[in-house]
Design a protein around this ligand. Structure first.
Ligand code: SF4
Length: 421
């Protein structure tokens, strides 16, 4: 029952604990190579001691269940090898969780392991040591792999699509596949004594495992074959050890601080109460100017995405899609337009300026000649062609009948491709 100490273990670059980072930002792997390994803090050392106590005590307890060897002294050992009562309770809680919830209080015919290290292969080193794993046949005859990760910290761990567990599960499955075996599904658990409830479990179906594998292999290719760092900022940056030297992170942090000046109270109507433009300092004006382009582009994409959701029948509550008012263009033969407008008393200068002038300008001249707006509109019916409008998304309370038949609009070509990209 000899476990290698956690501090003596080698860490894979594409290991489980940092999977949420490198699977999104492969640049982090390259940057981490350039910085010295982090010195353990009191907090991380405590976590390591708790992990080691869990491993040793769990193995002792399970061996007792398998071959009946004495567990006398186990509680005393845990007491002696934990820092305080909280850590003692954590170890006891972990063993109880594994025995009762994971193993359902029996271990016969189950394969299992503590801190076993699996990687995809000797060359594809995606994986790492799994705190606990077991494989068994469930009561429906399905082969189940259950992987468990112990977390000593207080930061709530999100179990759904947890990439760390995804790395362990896919690495163990690779090992099984290479040995001609497979599983039907995975149960993935986090045991986190300082969170409530302390244990969370989710299910990964095979398609989820395939999707994890695809994503992890793609990152592996970028790091070891293409060898081109690709940076992507996001919430994962919070946990990235290379954050302090990352230019992309610094750029995005500075953009965020520039945007802070736009933060304002939200009014009763749910809209922000933005500061009066005239009250902004030159420094603030410059900061806002700098972020205008990326924000405008982002808003365009958001708008296009909203429209595309309506088109595929996934409307957003509170909004509706209506047909926009179409654009009116001069008919193609502008000589006819000119002849008719000259008949009405306009001069060629009032109609042309290198090319034909805008309809508003021409209408203003006709109005000056005493033509009534209603007659102008009617007359323009002969001179212009109206292009049907595309989709416009507006608040549900706004005017306009919601579009019900998007297929017809697509067939009629009324939806501009650029609007739905
Ligand atoms: S801070 Fe963010 S963007 Fe920079 S390397 Fe780390 S994960 Fe990537």
């Amino acid at each position: 029952m000899v476990h290698k100490k956690h501090t003596e273990r080698t860490h894979e670059e594409l290991g489980g604990s940092s999977a949420a980072i490198w699977s999104v930002c492969t640049g982090s792997v390259f940057l981490k190579r350039t910085i010295p390994q982090q010195e353990p803090t009191e907090h991380t050392q405590k976590g390591t001691r708790a992990h080691e106590a869990c491993d040793y005590a769990l193995e002792w307890f399970l061996q007792h269940k398998i071959d009946g060897r004495s567990k006398e002294g186990l509680t005393k050992w845990i007491e002696d090898n934990t820092d305080d009562h909280e850590m003692f309770e954590s170890v006891i809680g972990y063993i109880t969780f594994i025995w009762v919830d994971v193993l359902k209080s029996y271990i016969t015919d189950k394969s299992w392991g503590i801190e076993d290290k699996f990687t995809y292969s000797d060359n594809i080193r995606i994986g790492g040591p799994t705190d606990f794993w077991t494989i068994y046949i469930d009561n429906k005859g399905k082969r189940v792999l259950h992987v468990v990760d112990y977390k000593n910290g207080r930061t709530e761990v999100d179990i759904i699509k947890n990439k760390q567990l995804g790395v362990y599960a896919t690495a163990i499955r690779e090992y099984l596949l290479q040995n001609g075996k497979d599983i039907d599904y995975v149960l993935a658990s986090v045991y986190q004594p300082k969170s409530s409830p302390p244990n969370k479990t989710t299910t990964f179906k095979l398609n989820q495992l395939d999707s994890f594998k695809k994503q992890f292999l793609s990152a592996h290719r970028k790091v070891y074959i293409e060898k081109k760092p690709k940076f992507k900022t996001g919430s994962h940056c919070l946990w990235c050890h290379a954050q302090s030297i990352c230019k992309d992170y610094n750029k995005s942090a500075s953009l965020q601080s520039d945007l802070m000046i736009l933060e304002s109270e939200i009014e009763d109507n749910g809209l922000p109460n933005l500061p009066e433009v005239g009250t902004l300092s030159n420094e603030d004006l410059y900061k806002i100017y700098k972020v205008t382009k990326p924000i405008t582009e982002y808003l365009k994409k958001v708008n296009a995405h909203i429209k595309s959701l309506f088109i595929v029948n996934k409307p957003i509550a509170g909004l509706k899609a209506i047909q926009a008012i179409g654009r009116s263009n001069w008919i193609e033969d502008t000589d006819i337009v000119a002849t008719k407008l000259v008949d009405k008393g306009l001069t060629l200068d009032q109609i042309f300026n290198q090319k034909i002038k805008g309809q508003g300008v021409v209408k203003a001249h006709l109005k000056d000649l005493g033509m009534k707006p209603k007659d102008i509109e009617e007359y323009f019916g002969q001179l212009t062609l109206k292009k049907p409008g595309g989709i416009k998304v507006v608040e549900e309370s706004a005017k306009g009948e919601p579009i019900v038949n998007f297929d017809e609009m697509i067939l009629l070509g009324n939806i501009d491709e650029t609007e739905i990209d």
